[in-house]
Design a protein around this ligand. Structure first.
Ligand code: ADP
Length: 598
């Protein structure tokens, strides 16, 4: 499938052509062509083109509309024809657009209403969409949104502590650069040969705009940009985090209006506000010559980024991978070094030689951590257009009507105990008594029970499931977490690093142990069913619970394939209550939402 991707801004139009086989790994996509029209003006603009060796010439286009209309000629010049689908980058998708959306008149109207949230970007995005639809009236046009990746952020990360009326008016954090963070996270997992779902990752996109993103279980869980792309890190011309109290102070002391302050925070702050130049190359050169302002700017830039890494490691209960991308992230070894210095306590340490000899040519993602460091540090070029093409290909090619049914079982709170835990709770050498067999072959519920105790309260009569495991794991619902007074993270079974402690009480003793989790929705599946569904271990699917009145859909449900497994989806009691399920139920597994782990 041949996909043309547009990334339109007020002063430039970037575009790319990709050949993609839907469902194939991201790395298999072929980048056929890359072009950009830059710095529109009365005298025309710069046109850069070519995939490997980029060429430059002046062309007559004075604005975005003309440039978009010029793309067919640009493609014809290099012999590119046969565009199947067109993907458009759209800066803001609000809370509505969780994934790529076909640009129907309703979708275009919905994007228009989001303009106040991204007044610099959405009008340009819509202009390019309108012109492109005129140029390619028969091709399907799809939008991919910068914000979608972050819509998985929990409410505690997206909510500003402000009056209800303001929140009702739409004030909340969104996060941006989503396509970039999603791409580099996937690229890092491929490079490390691990499933993204098993990694806790911080992605630092350091370009003219800059943002940090925390990614756990393959989802964005926090992002440094907020309602607008102004919050967070120090950027080329944007301030990043400031005290909102400055609005009142500046109005009173300097007589500045809100638009004047906003304009300065967007255009005259960041590196530019600190040094007069928004370009990190200039700032680094001046700092090396002894310029104190440039030195302060570099220190501040690195300090802010380092604080976000620490904050996100805390938010995720640990850190496995740090990825650098964007012009500064890719090209400045000294900035990478400054950001990472002092993070040895997290197990994060750079190797000097690897750091200074990074090359990201050809989508490489070199590792630069010191030998033996616990945290892997990677550098890679971001590929937002590729990610957009990939998302569009997947969404466009998905069999939207395919629907497969799967049995659903509700797991009440329970514990899996280790041998050592049984010894403490029931006495040395004690053997649990298998009472009820479970549907997964060889698994059982024991006659014995335990109590759980947290700082807020206790839960009694908690089931123990056998057989014993190497590590104790306690699975509760979010409501149970409030009863205990402990905030448990959503985790896949066995992914227990950095999980909170809880007290488990048995007849012979008590045990303070980590391993308290909300089990992520998952589907046990035997290899025959997996083949029949076209799924593999580690894939994720969306499942809609049928016949429950509400039609609740669970996203990113993990497929766990094992020999002899009984094919069944497991959800916890809160999830069952939300879906209105009491006894047996069935879920409809929708083919449109399958995410293959590659
Ligand atoms: P955008 O966000 O506009 O895509 P880029 O990702 O191209 O921007 O990043 C631009 C930033 O990268 C600028 O601050 C530029 O100075 C910086 N940069 C590019 N090359 C280097 C380098 N070799 N050393 C330090 N900074 C660099």
């Amino acid at each position: 499938m041949r996909i043309l991707v547009f990334n339109a801004g007020s002063s430039s139009l970037k575009f790319g052509v990709f050949d993609i086989v839907p469902g194939a790994p991201l790395g298999d996509a072929v980048h056929v062509f890359k072009g950009s029209f830059d710095r529109f003006g009365n005298e025309g603009c710069d046109y850069r083109f070519g995939v490997k060796d980029s060429r430059l010439r002046r062309v007559a286009h004075t604005g975005l509309g003309q440039a978009t209309r010029g793309v067919p000629d640009a493609l014809a010049e290099v012999g590119i024809t046969g565009i199947d689908v067109i993907g458009h980058r759209v800066a803001h998708g609000g809370t509505e657009f969780t994934q790529a959306a076909e640009l129907t008149p309703d979708v275009v109207a919905a994007i228009n209403t989001l303009s106040p949230l991204a007044p610099l970007h959405i009008p340009a995005n819509l202009e390019a969409i309108e012109v492109a639809r005129g140029v390619w009236p028969d091709a399907p046009h799809w939008a991919v949104f910068d914000t979608s990746f972050h819509l998985t952020n929990p409410a505690r990360a997206t909510t500003y502590a402000v009056p209800q009326a303001w929140r009702d008016a739409g004030l909340r954090r969104f996060g941006f650069h989503g396509t970039s963070h999603k791409y580099v996270a996937q690229r890092a997992a491929v490079e490390l040969g691990q499933k993204l779902r098993d990694l806790r990752l911080v992605s630092l996109h350091l370009g003219n705009g800059a943002s940090a993103c925390a990614i756990a279980r393959a989802e964005s869980v926090d992002s440094s940009m907020g309602m607008t792309p102004l919050e967070g890190l120090v950027m080329g011309t944007r301030s990043g985090d400031v005290d909102p109290g400055l609005f009142g102070y500046l109005a009173r002391q300097m007589g500045l209006s809100i638009p004047e302050i906003e304009d300065a925070l967007h255009q005259e702050s960041g590196l530019k506000g600190l040094t007069g130049s928004s370009d990190m190359r200039d700032v680094e050169a001046r700092a090396a010559e002894g310029d104190a302002q440039a030195q302060l700017a570099i220190n501040l830039y690195a300090y802010r980024a380092r604080k976000y890494i620490g904050a996100y490691a805390a938010a995720m209960g640990g850190l496995d991978v740090l990825v650098f991308t964007g012009g500064i992230g890719e090209n400045s070894p000294s900035m990478r070094r400054r950001i990472c210095d002092g993070l040895e306590f997290l197990g994060l340490k750079l190797d000097h030689d690897r750091n200074i000899s990074v090359s990201v040519q050809g989508r490489a993602a070199p590792q630069i951590q010191a030998y033996g460091a616990r945290v892997n540090v990677l550098v890679t070029e971001t590929a937002e257009q590729l990610m957009i093409a990939h998302d569009v290909a997947s969404a466009f090619a998905a069999p939207r009507s395919a629907c497969l049914r799967i049995p659903v079982a509700v797991s009440a709170r329970h514990v899996h105990l280790s041998r050592a835990a049984v010894d403490v709770l029931f006495g040395p050498g004690y053997e649990l008594t298998p009472d009820k067999p479970l549907r997964q072959k060889g698994h059982w519920a024991a006659r014995e029970r335990v109590r759980l105790q947290g700082p807020k309260g206790e839960i009694g009569h908690v089931a123990i499931l056998g057989p014993l495991r190497p590590r104790t794991q306690i699975e509760i619902s979010r409501t149970d977490g409030f009863a205990l007074g402990i905030d448990a993270p959503v985790r896949d079974s066995g992914a227990l690093e950095g999980t909170p402690h809880v007290r488990v009480i048995g007849p012979a003793g008590q045990l303070d142990t980590d391993g308290l989790i909300l089990a992520a929705c998952h589907i046990h599946m035997n290899p025959e069913d997996a083949r029949a569904f076209g799924l593999a271990d580690g894939d994720s699917v969306n499942v809609t619970l049928a016949g429950t009145g509400r039609g609740l859909t669970f996203g990113k449900v993990l497929i766990r394939v094992a020999e002899n497994a009984f094919t069944e989806m497991h959800i916890d009691t809160d999830e069952a209550n939300a879906a209105g399920i009491s006894g047996a139920a069935e879920g409809a597994l929708s083919g449109a939402a399958v995410m293959h782990k590659g």
